[in-house]
Ligand binder design. Structure first.
Ligand code: GLU
Length: 331
């Protein structure tokens, strides 16, 4: 395994790729996964693949296998994951529910959460990470008067909601710089389970990242608000938080996050059309500011990956949003 190299192995850090099989992986995801991969390899850290499939109604059949194939196609290799095993197995969230239940019990005992019977959209959608446009209105605290020991509403009629703090919280993002907000007023109390009692995204991701020893989280910058919530959970559960690097999103020419309306940017579509993944890797590295040379006709993907990893430095990574017109991209 990559982490087991010499004396540094005992303090080897870990990073992760956490695809949700709720849809296809596209160009925007690819770029973020590649940056996570390069950073992990450059730091000689473990890279973990974790399948975030707890949003069962939205999980698409075959999407996990597709995500694994897409990542491998890009030349990304991981040290731990559902297909290769590892010390923190299982690497599929639907098989880790006992860990989420344990953490929930601790939060209940600490009175850090309360049962919320409000039928709001944020409870229904809580199983998935809230990407841009998914953040609902701030919860007004209707159910927050409940205290530990009070009787519970009927099972199935409530989610558990986390009492967020009313004092400012800051973190230093590797790419986005200093981030500060006051969780209670800026974001509101947030659900950590669904009404079925199953863990929601915020709880599952923190429990897993902590259990798997993840020390660096690299993901799209539309999840910065969630990082504040996750930092609160790290604190409440007594886990040491990782560092966070939120990578700017890829947007279409209208400035909006790359989506279906911009054309088909699914990696599987490029793969099936016989495109060469080296073009995507080269595009990702040059838009990230990590290489400047054009692609040579004899370059191969393994060499290109090695070159990028050798030269990878967070200080060099671009902080700019990347705008593309998929229809004019010549992969
Ligand atoms: N599974 C999440 C998603 O694909 C990733 C969230 C995270 O990186 O924390 O939206």
């Amino acid at each position: 395994m990559h982490g087991d190299r010499g004396p540094a192995a005992s303090r080897v850090a870990a990073s992760r790729l956490a695809p949700s099989p709720t849809g296809a992986q596209h160009l925007g995801n690819a770029r973020t996964y590649l940056v996570a991969y390069w950073s992990a390899r450059a730091a000689n850290a473990q890279l973990i693949l974790r399948i975030e499939d707890i949003d069962s109604p939205r999980v698409k059949p075959g999407a996990s296998e597709q995500a694994v194939a897409d990542l491998r196609w890009l030349g990304i290799e991981w040290d731990q994951g559902p297909d290769v095993g590892g010390p923190h197995a299982p690497y599929v969230q639907t098989r880790r529910t006992r860990f989420y239940d344990e953490a929930l019990q601790r939060l209940i005992e600490q009175d850090s959460v309360y049962p919320c019977t409000c039928t709001r959209r944020d409870i229904e959608t809580a199983a998935s990470a809230p990407h841009v446009g998914d953040e609902g209105p701030i919860y007004p605290g209707t159910c927050a008067l409940w205290r530990r020991g009070h009787s519970l509403p009927e099972f199935g009629s409530y989610c558990w909601r986390f009492r967020s703090r009313s004092t400012p919280l800051s973190f230093e993002d590797t790419l986005a710089g200093q981030q500060t907000c006051t969780p209670q007023t800026d974001l509101g109390d947030f659900p950590i389970t669904r009404k079925t009692g199953e863990a929601a995204y915020q709880l599952a991701v923190v429990v897993d990242d902590a259990a798997m020893g993840v020390t660096e989280v690299v993901r799209g910058n539309d999840l910065i608000a969630s990082t504040f919530r996750q930092l609160e959970l790290y604190d409440a559960l007594g886990f040491a938080p990782p560092t966070f690097a939120h990578v700017p999103l890829v947007v279409g020419t209208d400035g909006r996050r790359l989506a279906k309306r911009h054309g088909d940017t699914r990696l599987s579509q490029y793969r099936e059309a016989g495109m060469c993944p080296i073009e995507i890797v080269h595009w990702a590295a040059s838009t990230a500011g990590l290489i400047s040379e054009p692609l040579g006709p004899t370059d191969d993907i393994a060499n290109l990956q090695r070159q990028i990893i050798r030269e990878f430095r967070w200080e060099a990574v671009s902080r700019e949003t990347v705008m593309i017109d998929p229809s004019s991209m010549k992969f």
